[in-house]
Ligand binder design. Structure first.
Ligand SMILES: NC(=O)c1ccc[n+]([C@@H]2O[C@H](COP(=O)([O-])OP(=O)(O)OC[C@H]3O[C@@H](n4cnc5c(N)ncnc54)[C@H](O)[C@@H]3O)[C@@H](O)[C@H]2O)c1
Ligand SMILES: O=C(O)C(=O)C[C@@H](O)[C@H](O)[C@H](O)COP(=O)(O)O
Ligand SMILES: [Zn+2]
Length: 357
């Protein structure tokens, strides 16, 4: 088993990576949540039929009382209405402050269940069991939990760290191609922002089969990079903003498509290419970087150019959490492997983006 520690003092936790871990969930949770009698498990309509049975058996064998709550698969479940239903369902189950919430699924389930855990009874313990590539490399680590509002992405949320992250790479075997590719967008992001060698490693593995051949190492590298930045800047006021490379524009594309046309991973893919091209125009990013990133993303059939209006760009720039008054920090690349924040007026960024339409 590979283990990483997110060392946040009283909120420290481990990320454990091993094939077959789903069947051992009970014993791992017993250690992480020693006081818990009840576990409220949130999953979705695709993941539940695939993995609930194994997880339930393991949790029950470890002596937990469990309740499973299933939401419809997809981004539309990451909303205030489903959150409110979760709260009521937790109370029906008799959840108390010493009990815990478990997220079994992708980033949607993790963000939704995590925000419910952060807010029910003013906060209960939370465990992530991520089952998509995106959730294993990114969303299950770091404690950003949220729901979307009609105004935009992740606008109501909290920082609520899990007590434990358990990832079983075998669950990736049942992902469809598009969902695997969504995760690759965030994997490529880590190479772009922090690690040129990892980026080259990915360029040498331009297919799902090749990535899966080294999956434990890929998961470990991504989680290690994220863990370090979260320890340094848990509340996203400085270095953590680099993890948002491609996301200002990505969130614009998600919003433009009503959260149905483009997945988060697809939108981030196109957003990273656009951000690299923006850096090239500003003289920050070496020429050809956008094309290099587009070539790698294209190997996984990710979109590298998504149609968008000036109004969509303006809305996303206005709502971005990297905003400070009339300014925004844009994440640019000085090179593949080295990201930097650049503060500029929001109006200037919007005008620069409009020139690309
Ligand atoms: N909190 C964070 O730091 C963070 C980071 C990145 C992304 N996110 C959020 O994560 C969400 C995207 O996550 P996602 O890409 O995992 O999407 P998702 O949770 O919607 O999962 C994608 C699809 O895969 C299915 N699925 C999940 N596991 C499966 C498995 N093992 N086998 C077969 N099908 C499976 C799901 O049912 C769903 O239909 C977005 O809302 C995004 O904003 C959050
Ligand atoms: O963990 C972070 O910090 C990230 O920015 C990771 C992103 O991949 C993720 O999509 C996150 O949810 C974006 O957060 P937001 O603050 O831009 O809503
Ligand atoms: Zn993301």
């Amino acid at each position: 088993m590979k283990t990483l520690r997110v060392d946040l003092d009283a909120r420290a936790y481990e990320i454990r990576i091993a094939p077959g871990l789903l069947d051992a969930a009970g014993e791992h949770l017993r250690g992480a949540c020693p006081q818990a009698a009840r576990l409220f498990v949130v999953t979705d309509s695709t993941v539940g039929p695939l993995y609930r049975g194994r997880v339930e058996k393991s949790l029950t064998s470890a002596g937990f009382r469990t309740a499973f709550h299933t939401v419809a698969a997809g981004e539309s479940s990451k909303c205030a209405s489903r959150l409110s239903e979760l709260w009521e369902s937790m109370m029906d189950f008799g959840l108390t402050r010493t009990d815990a919430v478990v997220a079994l699924g992708g980033g949607v389930v993790g963000d939704l269940a995590g925000f419910a855990a952060a807010t029910i009874l003013r906060g209960v313990d939370f465990v992530q069991i991520p089952t998509t590539l995106l959730a294993q490399v990114d969303s299950s680590v770091g404690g950003k939990v949220a729901v979307d509002l009609a105004h935009g992405k992740n606008l109501a949320g909290a920082f609520w760290q899990p007590r434990l992250v358990l990832m079983d790479p075998q669950t990736l075997g049942t992902l469809d191609e598009r969902t695997f590719a969504d995760g690759m967008a965030e994997v490529v992001k880590y190479g772009c922002i922090f690690d040129a060698d990892f980026y080259s490693f990915l360029e040498q593995r331009p297919s799902r089969g090749q990535v899966m051949g080294d999956i434990e190492s890929v998961l470990h590298t991504c989680c290690d990079l994220k863990r370090k930045v979260v320890i340094e800047d848990e509340r996203d006021t400085g270095k953590r903003m680099l993890l948002n490379f491609g996301h200002t524009l990505g969130h614009a594309y998600e919003l433009a498509g009503g959260y149905e046309t483009w997945t988060h991973g697809q939108a981030v893919a196109a957003g990273m290419v656009k951000a690299a091209e923006l850096g090239e125009r500003l003289g920050v990013t070496p020429a050809g970087t956008g094309a290099r990133i587009a070539a790698l993303l294209g190997c996984f059939a990710l979109p590298v150019d998504i149609p968008c209006t000036a109004a969509d760009y303006a809305a996303a720039v206005g709502l971005d959490k990297k905003g400070a008054g009339d300014d925004i920090s844009v994440i640019l690349l000085e090179a593949v492997g080295r990201a930097v924040p650049r503060r500029m007026p929001k109006a200037e960024l919007t005008a620069l983006l409009e020139e690309t339409l």
